[in-house]
Design a protein around this ligand. Structure first.
Ligand code: URA
Length: 241
C-alpha cells in the first residue's frame, strides 16, 4: 500500500493532510525520511510520524462490552453507536461489528477489520454458538426446554434447536440460552413464543470468546493472540498477519 493511503487508513488525517506531512519530511519509513506520498510501504512497515512510532497493524479485532441504549451500527445521525465507544482508528481501519445486538441488549460484541472473518463467523453453516443470559417473566420449565430443544416455529422461520437452561426461578427468572443462529430479535422472539417475554438480555459468549468479568460496560480491549487464533479456527480460516 502507498504511504499516504497507509497513513489515512491509520486515521492520521485526510489524504491531503498526510501528503502534506510526508512532503514536509515528517514521516519516516523503516527509519528513513520519505518525501514521496506514493512510496510503497510493503508488509508490516515501521512508520514514524514526527518521531512517534505508529501501530501499523491493519487487521485488528476488538471485544466490546456493549452497554444498553447503544446501536450496533457503523454510524447514526441521532443515536450513539458502538463505533462511538472506540477510538477513531478502528473506524478508519474499517472495523465492523460481527452481527448485531439490539439497542437494549448488553454484552459481548466482536468487531473486526477482517471482512472475510466477519462474513464467515456469521455464516449459518459455521454454527458459531452465542450464549445469552435472559431475565424473563415467569418461570420456564421442562416444556419450554423441550420446545427450545426441538426448534421453535416463529411465524416466518423455525429457529434451529437451542439449549435452554434455567438458572434462577421466581416471578422473574434467569435463563441461559445457547443458539448458533443470529436472526433479528431471535432470542426475544423465542421467549415471547413460549409465553415468557424477555425483560433483560445479555450476551456472555460468542463462539470461543467469553466476556471477561473485568471488562466493564462501555469498555473494550483487543483480542489476545490465543483468542484471535480461536476465532479464526471457529471461522475455519488461517489467521492473518
Ligand atoms: N437475540 C435478540 O433477540 N436480541 C439480541 O440482541 C440478540 C439476540
Amino acid at each position: 500500500m502507498r504511504l499516504d493511503r497507509y497513513l489515512v487508513a491509520l486515521g492520521e488525517g485526510s489524504r491531503t493532510e498526510v501528503q502534506d506531512r510526508i512532503r514536509r519530511g515528517q514521516v519516516c519509513l523503516q527509519g528513513h525520511v520519505m518525501t514521496r506520498p506514493e512510496t510503497e510501504c510493503g508488509r508490516n512497515p515501521e512508520i514514524t510520524l514526527e518521531g512517534r512510532r505508529l501501530d501499523t497493524r491493519l487487521i485488528r479485532h476488538v471485544m466490546l462490552h456493549k452497554p444498553e441504549h447503544v446501536l450496533t451500527a457503523a454510524r447514526d445521525r441521532k443515536q450513539k453507536t458502538v463505533m462511538d465507544l472506540l477510538p477513531g482508528v478502528y473506524a478508519s481501519l474499517g472495523c465492523m461489528p460481527v452481527g448485531r445486538l439490539d439497542r437494549d441488549t448488553t454484552g459481548l460484541l466482536l468487531l473486526t477489520c477482517d471482512g472475510e472473518l466477519n462474513h464467515r463467523l456469521l455464516s449459518p453453516r459455521r454454527h458459531v454458538d452465542k450464549v445469552y443470559e435472559a431475565e424473563v417473566e415467569g418461570t420456564p420449565g421442562a416444556e419450554e426446554i423441550r420446545r427450545f430443544g426441538e426448534g421453535l416455529f416463529l411465524g416466518d422461520f423455525t429457529a434451529a434447536p437451542a439449549l435452554l437452561e434455567i438458572l434462577e426461578t421466581g416471578e422473574h427468572s434467569l435463563a441461559r440460552v445457547t443458539i448458533h443462529e443470529g436472526k433479528f430479535h431471535q432470542v426475544r422472539r423465542m421467549f415471547e413464543a413460549v409465553g415468557h417475554p424477555v425483560r433483560r438480555l445479555h450476551r456472555s459468549a460468542f463462539g470461543p470468546l467469553i466476556l471477561p468479568e473485568d471488562l466493564l460496560p462501555g469498555t473494550f480491549r483487543e483480542l489476545t493472540e490465543t483468542e484471535e487464533n480461536a476465532v479464526y479456527a471457529a471461522a475455519g480460516m488461517e489467521r492473518k498477519q
